[in-house]
Design a binder for this molecule. Structure first.
Ligand code: RP5
Length: 163
């Protein structure tokens, strides 16, 4: 369904090595039928690609950008500096510091340039997908109903007693 539509959410990540984490954002958007694209865009290794991506994101029809990076994780912040779109940041769990470095790099933005920072790792990527969907759902009743159904199914799946 969503594959035929122009992407509304851009999922970008600093490296191929981030995909294991960031695919959880893509999976949720897929499940909810939200058209999205995925790209490797590194703030440090491909700065021109970052500039082009962020500068053109809005005019290409994207509504939300999810950026995931680890270590000196400047990707979400630099993206937020270059686009007026809402940017959600996912701190990828780094080897050296378990993602504490990523978290602080993404969360500690200067006032005036916001990045909506999620949790470290898989939970953060999943929640970034859900949050992007919730932002879009404010203007899309059909998506709001799918998101409600997803949340109800999650609630119903919680057993009262451990097995
Ligand atoms: C960051 O450096 C990426 O976001 C990644 O999390 C981290 C390590 O990248 P690789 O050395 O695995 O490519 O830019």
């Amino acid at each position: 369904m969503a594959e035929d539509q122009p992407p509304l959410v851009g999922i970008i990540m600093g490296s191929q090595s981030d995909w294991d984490t960031m695919r959880h954002a893509a999976d949720i958007l897929e499940e909810l039928g939200v058209a999205h694209e995925t790209r490797i865009v590194s703030a440090h290794r491909t700065p021109d690609r970052l500039y082009d991506y962020a500068r053109s994101a809005k005019s290409r029809g994207l509504k939300v950008v999810i950026g995931g990076a680890g270590g000196a994780a400047h990707l979400p912040g630099m993206t937020a500096a270059l686009t007026p779109l809402p940017v959600l940041g996912v701190p990828v769990q780094s080897k050296a510091l378990s993602g504490q470095d990523s978290l602080l790099s993404i969360a500690q933005m200067p006032g005036g340039v916001p990045v909506g920072t999620l949790a470290i790792g898989k939970a953060g990527a999943k929640n970034a997908g859900l949050l992007a969907a919730a932002i879009l759902a404010a203007f899309d009743e059909a998506l709001a109903e799918r998101l409600d159904a997803w949340r109800t199914a999650q609630t119903d799946a919680v057993a009262e007693e451990p097995q």
